[in-house]
Design a protein around this ligand. Structure first.
Ligand code: ME8
Length: 517
């Protein structure tokens, strides 16, 4: 199998930890589905994977909402976290650990991290005076505001003045610039790096306020009563506390840290690419290998968000089209690093063009012909026609190379494009070989067998490569083409399917969706 490590190597991937919100939309599921696909891909290729997700439960925003609803903040978040887990279960997310920042082990670890940052000389006490955006939990200076409002979300900011601890970001400015220059892959895609350099690093980093005294729903600073740790210090720490850093409830730090990649949305890149490296440097820990800042799903050009209520509902879409189809379309329709405008029309067009016309069509034609001409079992006597077969078989190996290369770049769209292109070749191969004509002549049976075998092998390969994206549908394809062994469900080498595999026609997996046009 290409891209398979010689010995079992580890692969640690994380999503952001989500703010508890009752109304998650497909924009929120985007990153988690992408991370799940990557985790499943690496597991399939023999890696020992650690896939982390969770919830970010502290902060003034939560305290305010809970007060309004007359419940404790913990009561408020408990119900919502259950809903988030339910959504991940619906979307078939195979996380290895789900961390909650209200978890006592995490809280104790963060207290120790805060103290270590202080002891290492990277925190000092001062007075914070400036602006604060509650929904984003972000501090801003007057000059950073856009028309007096939060530059990230465009909402009103409030005045904040309080005694606080500050993290010496300014001390690390040059080191961060050097990091971006010397490790070009650290922050991807390239455009995010330029954004960090031009908007934050080159203008000069200011020290960051990292404790609050005006509310209590947070992790208390254990050496200074009245201060709670700033939510972003609390939240970023999850990537190591979930591995047992500073606690013995969890484990895996030695094995999995540093992470291979943190997937994050573009608006939270700056926290991951500036604050997080500084924290890790101060703690004397290695940095994650990569941070990938993906784009937003928009609706009619505007970011889907909880507050604007313009988010498409993953439950309704999954019910109508199926979870696997939704997972597929999310990653196929847009380049992962860019924004993408979501619509149901787009979803239907991807289903029809890729899944119904290419994959579903190839599957139903191949399986019905195998059933009709061979009573579901091919001969093991093949006759090849190199001029028609070899281009398809050599493109098969090339498809695997392209797919792997794209996956390594987190280019999910490109990886799926490679699979679909191979399916198009296979569909064309049916037209070129015309099995229905071969079937008329009994002496052509070995040739016909060979043609159908090549088609079944292409379907098997597509199902292997699509397994991380559509785990349930891939299993269905394996069942229909008789790929019953583990090897035939994982190998990307041509010829793995036994010649006399027992092909069984099943339901049409990807029916075409009728549109008004
Ligand atoms: O940011 N399209 O939590 P969050 C794509 N708690 N991604 C979107 C999106 C959209 N329309 N809307 C939201 C937080 N997201 C912090 C993270 S990590 C240490 C702490 C993404 O619930 C968003 O970009 O507001 C982010 O990556 C994720 O959903 C969680 O957002």
């Amino acid at each position: 199998m290409p891209n398979t490590p010689e010995k079992k190597e580890t692969f640690y991937i994380s999503t952001p930890i989500y703010y508890p919100s009752a109304s998650l939309h497909i924009g929120n599921t985007y990153c988690t589905v992408a991370a799940d696909v990557m985790a499943r891909y690496k597991r399939q290729r023999g890696y020992d994977v650690f896939f982390l997700t969770g919830t970010d439960e502290h902060g003034q925003k939560i305290e305010d909402i809970a007060k309004k609803e007359d419940v404790t903040p913990l009561e408020f978040v408990d119900g919502i976290v259950a809903g988030i887990r339910d959504l991940w279960s619906l979307m078939n997310i195979s996380y290895d650990r789900f961390i909650r920042t209200t978890d006592p082990a995490h809280m104790r670890s963060v207290q120790k991290i805060f103290r270590d940052l202080y002891d290492n000389g990277d925190l000092y006490k001062g007075v914070y005076k400036g602006k604060y955006c509650k929904p984003c939990e972000s501090f801003w200076t007057e000059t950073q505001l856009a028309d007096g409002k939060c530059p990230d979300c465009g909402r009103e900011v409030s005045d904040a003045e309080e005694e606080a601890y500050f993290l010496r970001l300014s001390k690390y400015q040059e080191r961060l610039i050097e990091l971006y220059e010397s490790v070009p892959d650290f922050l991807q895609p390239e455009s995010r790096k330029n954004e960090m350099l031009n908007n934050f690093l080159r203008p000069g980093l200011e020290d960051l306020c990292v404790s609050r005294t005006s509310f209590t729903w947070g992790i208390p600073v254990d050496f200074d009563e009245g201060h709670v740790v700033y939510v972003w210090i609390d939240a970023l720490s999850n990537y190591i506390t979930a591995l047992g850093y500073n606690n013995n409830i969890y484990d895996g730090f030695e094995k999995y840290w540093p992470a291979n990649v943190h997937f994050v949305g573009k608006e939270i890149v700056r926290f991951h690419a500036i604050i997080w490296p500084v924290m890790l440097w101060s703690l004397g820990l290695p940095l994650p290998e990569k941070i990938f800042g993906h784009g937003w799903l928009t609706f009619e050009g505007k970011k889907m968000s909880k507050s604007s209520g313009n988010g498409a509902d993953p439950y309704a879409l999954a019910e109508k089209y199926g979870v696997d189809v939704l997972r597929y379309v999310l990653l196929r329709a847009f380049p992962f690093g860019n924004d993408g405008d979501w619509s149901e029309k787009l979803l239907v067009s991807v289903i029809n063009s890729d899944l119904a016309n290419k994959l579903g069509n190839l599957l139903s034609r191949t399986v019905s012909m195998t059933e009709k001409y061979f009573n579901s079992r091919l001969l093991d006597d093949f006759t090849s026609d190199p001029s028609l077969d070899e281009p398809l078989i050599s493109a098969y190996a090339e498809t695997v190379r392209e797919f792997d290369a794209a996956m390594e770049r987190f280019d999910f769209q490109g990886a799926l494009e490679a699979v679909i292109a191979q399916l198009s070749r296979a569909n064309k191969y049916i037209d070129d070989t015309a099995p229905w004509i071969l079937a008329k002549e009994p002496s052509n049976r070995p040739r016909l067998s060979s043609v159908l075998y090549n088609l079944l092998e292409n379907l098997r390969l597509a199902a292997v490569l699509l397994t991380p994206f559509m785990p349930t549908a891939a299993k269905e394809i394996f069942a229909q083409i008789g790929a019953d062994s583990e090897e035939s469900q994982t190998s990307a080498v041509f010829g793995t399917l036994p010649a006399k595999a027992n092909v069984r026609r099943g339901e049409n997996l990807f029916p075409r969706i009728q549109t008004e046009e």
